[in-house]
Design a protein around this ligand. Sequence first.
Ligand SMILES: *Cc1c(COP(=O)(O)O)cnc(C)c1O
Length: 236
Amino acid sequence: MPSIVDNIKQTQDRIADKLSHLGRSAFDVTVVAVTKMQPVDAVEAALQNGIGHIGENKVQEALRKIPMLSVPYEGFHFIGHLQSNKINNLLSLKPLLIQSIDSLYIARELNRSLGHKNRAQDILIQVNTTAEESKTGVSFANAEEMIWQIAALPCLRIKGLMTIGLMSIDPERTRPYFTQLRELSETIAKQNIPGVELRYLSMGMSDDYLVALEEGSNMLRLGSALFGPRNYGGTK
Ligand SMILES: *Cc1c(COP(=O)(O)O)cnc(C)c1O
């Protein structure tokens, strides 16, 4: 699969160029390869060629693929809408970061399951910055209050914010939402909420990651830029 290798190299070069332009350290950014709908051999090829973090948006798919991986990874990230009946399956995969906590309800359910297992979990809060109905995530208006409430749950550790930009061919249209998310992160960080450490700003996908880096992102979730277009017909 030489094209995956080339794509990774090219994308890493673009990220490095952008960061050096911005005067930011190359170590400042974590790339999460979004492996949804990719076959196991493609995921393994990525892990053998400079990718350490992988992300899936469906628990069932992750449950099927992750145990099959023969190449080690640094972290598995869950990036999709989490349903309460999938929590235990997700936790069995030991996610490094659950990036998509989008309601107080799911946070409480997750906290309860973790409590039974005597575990803690790093999470990000997903903000629906663009206020599109098709997307989950807490609204800007409710984010701060929800973060205070989730911070009080003993088994969850808030490590930052996540958002999905506009599905637009023009990444400039998403820039204002990224700016707003960074500002929200700064505002909340100033409140020194106990147990909350806003270390990650997970924003930027294949079409808008360079803009996201300009707006302060330090975690990119990249699918098609690394693997090529997803085959929604699906063979595997
Ligand atoms: C699919 C997906 C991505 C990656 O999308 P690309 O445009 O292929 O980079 C990133 N984040 C989430 C939450 C996704 O579902």
